[in-house]
Design a protein around this ligand. Sequence first.
Ligand code: NAD
Length: 295
Amino acid sequence: MTARIIDGKHIAAELRGKVTDAVHRMLRDRGLVPGLAVVLVGQNPASEVYVRNKSKAVTEAGMRPHDHHLPASTSEAALLELVAKLNADPAVNGILVQLPLPEQIDAQKVIAAIDPAKDVDGFHPVNAGKLASGLPALVPCTPLGCIMLAKKVHASLAGLEAVVIGRSNIVGKPVAQLLLAENATVTIAHSKTVDLPSVCRRADVLVAAIGKPEMVRRDWIKPGATVIDVGINRVAGEGGKTRIVGDVAAEVSQVAGALTPVPGGVGPMTIACLLANTLRAACMQHGLPAPNIGS
Ligand code: NAD
């Protein structure tokens, strides 16, 4: 058996198309253009690529990017001042501060300073708390993408055994909350979990968000399980080039029922969900109904 490959690129393109249509309708019917502020501090090469891709996607969706690139030496006070300005700017509906931040800046303080209504990353404690309480919230983009991909395989996740490896605030915890909201039976595994392979073998849906190249092996997988690989790991490839691999070994496709590829699985969904969240935030701020974009 070879696992069905869940085509994140295609599913993300569909979502982006729906967001773009809704943005065009918003302009036509209300004269409004959603705006996303992306703030990058310093010159982390991976962050520069992410930020460039996000701004490009915002423009392609018909929304307005507000890019702020600050030097690595930026003080915490200066960044907080910019966040306050963006909070107050009616043209800015979403604010994303790219992590990681330089060491002189307390990332938690900056996240807490963002207006929760503009927190399109869903990292603000108010949004995390709402998600945990089952209230409508802006939800982190990568976890949202994971659930959308899992639901392309399972019309309903109710009653399924779901195992999430990883408990970060960015991926593991919110993806577990979303699985719970879908009525799955959820286990969160992490670096202190005893006998991880046997915990994983329970899973009908396994989400790997570890950051360890190809750690999940074929004998960890229940035959036919759906495996969502969140990992993005740069490893040395042939000829001195780096290549990107996930947290799940390729051999897993011999046992799993469905599997997200890396690249081309969860990654493209993250940007598509960011666009969806920016549109959602704009609708909320203008008192409009939630957009009908099917996620
Ligand atoms: P993190 O380092 O904050 O968290 C990793 C988690 O894995 C921790 O909770 C830790 O307990 C767990 N872990 C570490 N070693 C373990 C082990 N040996 N056994 C079991 N659990 C272990 O990372 P993160 O921010 O959650 O990201 C996880 C991965 O997802 C990374 O590869 C990251 O690059 C990737 N990521 C991808 C996207 C995307 O768009 N596809 C977005 C965010 C993160």
